[in-house]
Structures are given as structure tokens and as C-alpha cells.
Design a protein around this ligand. Structure first.
Ligand code: AVJ
Length: 320
């Protein structure tokens, strides 16, 4: 039984409205941002260490290998800003290189999670005494608004393939807003996963240890905890599919039986047919052409792309 305090969390939020909308729709869906409560964020950390999940370690390798070139391209006297920074664990690589080029630096990590930002502060403060960290607690919209108040030459980091959760037109909308806060000389560093064989993609989103399944199911567990819902987690299974025509991985929770679910905090009765799915995430996989077009439509020009030898992951520097 959830306490009233727990019930408040989603129920008072605009998030509750999105949950209601998504579960009322046909086919049913839930917003991917719901994954990241404390348990979900911990499960995601575990995903990044899975042998099948190549994204995080490949991007970190690219940042390590090319940090010098990336900062050279971005220009002198940089202030770093990171959208969706989390604990900023991959950003250290760039900060280390930056502090070899300039004696002091400013870093503005932007994230919705105050606890992740505290962790970032603690880690970075210890590791880099000459770095000034100014955390900003905000979502994408609020974070972008905060961007325009930051002075100096900026390099905005949007790494981790977080952009991949958005439909291309929404990605353009977000990047265009970022673009509007930037001035001549500023740059954007975008990390994005490349389209590749489903033989590589499918295991990355359906690992042998079942961590991704647990991550996906945590959405339902969260609705049980915070909205007092009665989803039976054993009667849903994790499904990952490659959608070639839309160039994206899709993940679902599939009902294994006909069943009814009640969501008290939303006063919602749900019914599921056998094999009926809830769509929980899209993860877009890009070609060079897709990246170029998204950047161009957002008002950026692609300056350079760095990638690993297999071209599994790309880090793209774009200028205003
Ligand atoms: C955090 C959005 C980059 O799409 O690969 C990992 C989330 N979902 N496994 C991704 C995720 C399933 C991840 N991003």
C-alpha cells in the first residue's frame, strides 16, 4: 500500500495527466521519462555496464580518444553546459582536457534530479579543484531557458543519445530552442547512436540478465508505488523490436493474459487483452543524413563527427 506522500508524487504532477492520457490511448503508451525514479536510475546505471549495451562505453571511448580534437574544434575559453547531465560521469573526460587548456573553467550541469546533481558536485569538486560547478535543477524547457543567462563562449553538451527518445520533429523543436540561446562562436556537442544491424541492437535492448526487462517493468512498479495501482508485474513481459522504417528500437510491456488493472489515484479502470502492449520507449538510431538534417532544421551546421571504428556511435560537433 502506497502512503499518501508517495501518492502525491505523480498524482499532483503534470506527469499524472500524461499517464492518464497514455493509458487511455489506443494503443496504450507511457512516457519514457517515467523510467527514471531512484530505482529506475539505478537500473539504468546497471544497463550501461552490460556487455550487450555498447552505447555508454563506446561514447566514453570516443570522448576519451578525441577530447583534444573536440575542444580544439569548439574554440578557446569555453564554458561547459550539459543538458540532462545526471551525475556527469562521462563529462569528466572533457573537463580534464579542458583544464589542461585553460586554468579555470565553469560547468553548468542541468538535470531534473537534484540528487544526481549533488553527486556530480561532490565528484567533480573533489576531482577538479579549479572547476566551478553551478548546477541547475530543471527539465529540458527550464534548462534551455537558463542557458540564455549564461555568459561567455559556450559548449553545450547533449550526450548519451538522450535525443534518441524524441520523435525527430520533437528533437528539432528542442535543438531549435537550444540554438536560440546560443551566440556566434558557441557550439553543440551531440551524442547519438548510429543505425546498425538488429543483431547488435536487439540484445542491447533485451539483455540476457533481464536488467532491461526490470528497467522497463519498473514503470509499472512505479505506478503501483506512486498511484497505488495493482499491476501484476509477472503478467507483463518485456518486448524489444527493431522498427526499420522509422529507424528506431521500440520497447513495450506486453500483457501475457486478459486482465484488469485499477489505478486508484487516477480513478482509472484498465483492461488488457492477451498480448496487448504498452509502448514505453522509442530509441532512434541515426544515419549521418538524419543527423545532418535534424541539425540543419534546428539552425545548426554540422562541423565534425567522431566515432568508433565500427561506427556504432557518433559524437557530432555543430555550430550556430
Ligand atoms: C538513456 C535514452 C539513451 O535509449 O538506449 C536503455 C535508455 N532504454 N535501455 C537508450 C534505455 C533501454 C537509453 N537512453
Amino acid at each position: 500500500m502506497a502512503t499518501s506522500k508517495q501518492l502525491q508524487f505523480i498524482a499532483t504532477d503534470a506527469m499524472a495527466l500524461e499517464v492518464r492520457e497514455g493509458l487511455s490511448a489506443t494503443p496504450k503508451r507511457l512516457p519514457a521519462k517515467l523510467f527514471y525514479d531512484e530505482i529506475g536510475s539505478e537500473l539504468f546505471e546497471q544497463i550501461t555496464e552490460l556487455p550487450e549495451y555498447y552505447l555508454t562505453r563506446t561514447e566514453r571511448y570516443i570522448l576519451e580518444r578525441f577530447a583534444g580534437e573536440i575542444l580544439q574544434q569548439a574554440g578557446p575559453s569555453l564554458t561547459l553546459v550539459e543538458l540532462g547531465a545526471g551525475t556527469a560521469s562521462k563529462t569528466c573526460v572533457l573537463i580534464e582536457e579542458l583544464l589542461q587548456r585553460q586554468s579555470r573553467a565553469l560547468f553548468y550541469p542541468i538535470d531534473v534530479s537534484p540528487s544526481a546533481l549533488e553527486e556530480a558536485m561532490r565528484q567533480l569538486g573533489r576531482q577538479f579543484p579549479s572547476l566551478r560547478v553551478n548546477p541547475i535543477v530543471a527539465d529540458y524547457t527550464g534548462g534551455v531557458a537558463a542557458l540564455s543567462r549564461i555568459s561567455g563562449r559556450k559548449l553545450v553538451l547533449y550526450i548519451g543519445s538522450s535525443i534518441g527518445n524524441f520523435e525527430p520533429q520533437d528533437a528539432v523543436r528542442i535543438l531549435r530552442r537550444v540554438r536560440q540561446t546560443l551566440r556566434a562562436g558557441d557550439a553543440l556537442l551531440l551524442g547519438a547512436d548510429f543505425a546498425k544491424s538488429p543483431k547488435i541492437l536487439l540484445p542491447a535492448y533485451d539483455d540476457s540478465q533481464g536488467i532491461t526487462a526490470a528497467f522497463n517493468k519498473n514503470i509499472l512498479a512505479r505506478l503501483n508505488r506512486e498511484l497505488d495501482a495493482d499491476f501484476d508485474l509477472d503478467r507483463f513481459r518485456h518486448v524489444a523490436l527493431w522498427n526499420r522504417s522509422d529507424s528506431r528500437m521500440e520497447i513495450y510491456l506486453e500483457s501475457t493474459a486478459a486482465q484488469a488493472v485499477f489505478v486508484p489515484a487516477l480513478d482509472m479502470d484498465l483492461s488488457f487483452e492477451p498480448r496487448e502492449r504498452i509502448h514505453t520507449e522509442n530509441s532512434y538510431k541515426y544515419t549521418d543524413e538524419m543527423i545532418e538534417s535534424i541539425l540543419r532544421l534546428s539552425g545548426f551546421t554540422l562541423a565534425q563527427t567522431w566515432c568508433d571504428r565500427k561506427r556504432w556511435f557518433g559524437v557530432h560537433l555543430a555550430r550556430v
